[in-house]
Design a protein around this ligand. Structure first.
Ligand SMILES: C[S@@+](CC[C@H](N)C(=O)[O-])C[C@H]1O[C@@H](n2cnc3c(N)ncnc32)[C@H](O)[C@@H]1O
Length: 294
């Protein structure tokens, strides 16, 4: 079955990005190319640079965006290196950057260890060429580090219990799969936690994924770098999927607004409409923030 990623907050984000009438846009999280396609359809004179660090995403996007050949360049890179990509393109000014953070449906639905619902090897790398995997985090990190990660990146209130259980289990034999990790979590969290709004493994999986892909560091670095390239009236548009990312984006935009560098266009973050939520429940935690370079 072909897995398709439904772009989130598509119309809203592309409108905020392109309504400044610019010509050069960078999609820092190309994924399957859903947002990229909508951006390119806006005006014929738009040129788009697409970045993703996942080889599968690049393949799918290339296929999906074939009709725009000549108006798009696709790079396999971490968006924290967007400056290197733009240097290679010979581009000094950009009219807008889009970040649609998190994982895409084909990453979640694949057997790459992103989901606690699919039993698979503990991997979780967006970039299959990097060496750090979820397996290494779960089996090699000291208990203290595991606790820190679960608390900081998962806001998991049973971080200590879960980390201790992981360490106990791996003494007997390495923890190889997502299924084993889920069992460990279920074996130590209280009964009521199993009947909450989210699955008890959600936060642990989020935390490990953030650690493996260095998601928060990459985001902070990339946001800083956009500032070197944004043209006057250039737009920075970010869709985030959890509070840690959203806080980074919100604080970044506020600080730059206070310094007279950016003007925030979304006083409150934009969230999916009821219609979108019905059609695509995966969009439920999305928050869209946008700002304009002064
Ligand atoms: C939610 S998906 C984007 C979906 C896309 N907007 C679409 O409509 O198809 C996020 C994508 O960002 C990529 N990604 C996440 N962090 C990245 C990073 N630091 N550098 C490059 N790509 C990243 C992921 O590999 C994934 O393909």
């Amino acid at each position: 079955m072909k897995v398709v990623h439904k772009p989130v907050l598509l119309k809203e984000s592309v409108e905020l990005l392109t309504s400044n009438g610019g010509k050069i846009y960078v999609d820092c999280t190309l994924g399957g190319g859903g947002h990229a396609k909508e951006i390119l359809k806006r005006r014929k004179d738009i040129y788009l640079i697409g970045i993703d660090k996942d080889d599968d995403a690049i393949e799918i996007a290339k296929e999906n965006l074939k009709e725009f050949e000549g108006r798009i360049s696709i790079y396999k890179a971490d968006f924290r290196n967007l400056d290197l990509v733009l240097q290679e393109e010979g581009i000094e000014e950009v009219d807008g950057f889009l970040f649609d953070l998190g994982v895409s449906t084909f990453q979640i639905k694949g057997e790459r260890g992103f989901s606690f619902q699919i039993d698979a090897p503990l991997d979780m790398r967006m970039d299959p060429e990097q060496t750090l995997t979820a397996y290494k985090v779960v089996n090699n990190y000291p208990e203290k580090e595991l606790i820190r990660i679960l608390k900081e990146f998962g806001e998991e209130k049973f971080a200590v219990k879960i980390a201790k259980a992981i360490v106990q289990r791996r003494k007997k034999k390495p923890i190889e799969t997502t299924g084993e990790l889920v069992d460990i979590i279920l074996s130590v969290v209280p009964e009521y936690y199993k009947h909450g709004r989210i699955h008890p493994a959600t936060r642990t999986f989020q935390a490990i994924r953030i650690e493996v892909n260095k998601e928060l560091e990459s985001l902070k670095e990339a946001l800083e770098k956009t500032q070197e390239f944004l043209a006057p009236k250039g737009r920075l548009v970010v869709i985030s999927f959890h509070s840690l990312e959203d806080r980074i984006v919100k604080n970044f935009m506020k600080e730059r607004e206070n310094q007279g560098i950016l003007r925030i266009l979304t006083k409150k973050p934009i969230t999916p409409s009821l219609e979108e939520l019905k059609e695509n429940p995966a969009s439920r935690s999305a928050k869209l923030r946008a700002a304009e370079k002064l």
